[in-house]
Design a protein around this ligand. Structure first.
Ligand SMILES: Nc1ncnc2c1ncn2[C@@H]1O[C@H](COP(=O)(O)OP(=O)(O)OP(=O)(O)O)[C@@H](O)[C@H]1O
Ligand SMILES: [Mg+2]
Length: 357
């Protein structure tokens, strides 16, 4: 059975030729990420989960100490979304994601290395809208570490200190409410495009014909050709095509939280604009909360409702900006003087923050 083989792969207990062979071919990150679906097919999960991520609130709760209202606000001509509109929902719903004094130290003793230190932030739940959270920070400051803590992937999960909460509950591991697109175009190398995209549905027990039908729809949505691309293997695709497959494999499952780790870093500017437009369109359809790591200030300013700026290692959140999201095409907006001015302002802030005190 396909699912139990993958499950064994995910748990590292593969037996026999078929299961063992498939287990070896599952990249460990993807095996971890989809483990939740595989477990769901096998029976009750060891840790009970709430029936809905939106428990009916009993009473409004006070804003936590490190909420958006306490974050240093940047005063500039960049138009910010209303803080009130963003924080109102936090009064009645748990935050989508909340970090409370989170630190992560890898290794022990002399080899111990602290990648992130005292990370605090909270993202409101904005139903029927979602939010786009862009994260900017120097290489090695712990951006991927933060993402993997949200996704519940080891060895980043669990944090060394502090709490990572998703919909008000402490993260116990990977879950179907979170999807992740990895930094390195991770795919199942032995699966064709159509089956790569349908993988999560397979884990959920969707029959072959139905999941392939859905995957074909996503192949088309992602601007790939269902006729010529569906039966290709990942090594037969360009980097941009592989990233489209990875995004489709995540979005087909409609997660409430989408983590995208520098997804367009290796694309040429034209393809990058096209992917930014596509992402905004798909995000509007899904109304999820998207966390997006990028090294491009332009990309962060264009895509982000909120931009988190991180310090050098050990990484922490230095600053939070709120932006108004543009509804117009990336290529047009990113050439406009007002947009370029906003980008320079953010660059100035980053330079100021990085300057030694
Ligand atoms: N599994 C691990 N074991 C030990 N150290 C790790 C591990 N994962 C990450 N690190 C270290 O933690 C630090 C932060 O890594 P991380 O991948 O989170 O950075 P990043 O901000 O995503 O960098 P980049 O922008 O280059 O992708 C780095 O110094 C890295 O070497
Ligand atoms: Mg990274």
């Amino acid at each position: 059975m396909c699912f139990s083989e993958a499950e064994r792969g995910a748990r590292g207990t593969g037996r026999g030729n078929g299961a063992g062979a498939r287990a070896e071919r599952l990249p460990s990150d993807l095996a971890q990420l989809y483990q939740c679906g595989l477990q769901a097919r096998l029976g009750p999960r060891p840790v009970p989960t709430p029936r809905s991520p939106f428990p009916v609130p009993r009473a409004p709760r006070p804003l936590p100490r490190y909420s958006a209202t306490r974050v240093k606000r940047y005063r500039s001509p960049i138009r910010f979304a209303s803080a009130r509109a963003m924080t109102d929902t936090a009064l009645v719903r748990p935050h989508v994601v909340e970090f409370k004094n989170v630190s992560k130290t890898y290794g022990e003793g002399e080899r111990a290395y602290t990648a992130i230190k005292n990370v605090n932030f909270a993202i409101d739940d904005r139903p029927d809208h979602g939010e786009f959270v862009a994260i900017l920070g120097p290489s090695g400051c712990g951006k991927s570490t933060i993402f993997r803590l949200i996704a519940g992937l080891s060895p980043q999960h669990p944090p060394s200190t502090g709490q990572v909460l998703v919909f008000g509950k402490q993260v116990g591991g990977a879950g179907a409410d979170r999807g992740m697109v990895f930094q390195d175009y991770t795919s199942f190398d032995h699966l064709r495009v159509i089956d790569n995209i349908a993988f999560g549905l397979e884990c959920r027990g969707v029959p072959l014909a139905e999941r392939r039908d859905q995957a074909r729809v996503w192949i088309e949505k992602m601007g790939l050709n269902p006729g010529t691309d569906a039966m290709k293997f990942p090594h037969e695709l360009s980097g941009g095509m592989r990233q489209r497959v990875a995004i489709a494999r995540t979005l087909i499952l409609k997660p409430r939280i989408i983590l995208m780790d520098e997804p367009f870093g290796a694309l040429d500017p034209g393809t990058r604009y096209a992917m930014q437009d596509l992402l905004v369109k798909l995000w509007r359809e899904q109304q999820a909360t998207v966390f997006f790591i990028t090294h491009s200030i332009e990309e962060a300013v264009y895509l982000g409702d909120r931009v988190l700026i991180m310090s050098r290692a050990p990484g922490t959140i230095l600053h939070e900006l709120r932006m108004e999201h543009s509804t117009r095409p990336a290529r047009d907006v990113q050439r406009e003087p007002a947009f370029l001015e906003a980008v320079f302002k953010v660059r100035d802030i980053i330079e100021q923050l990085e300057r030694p005190a």
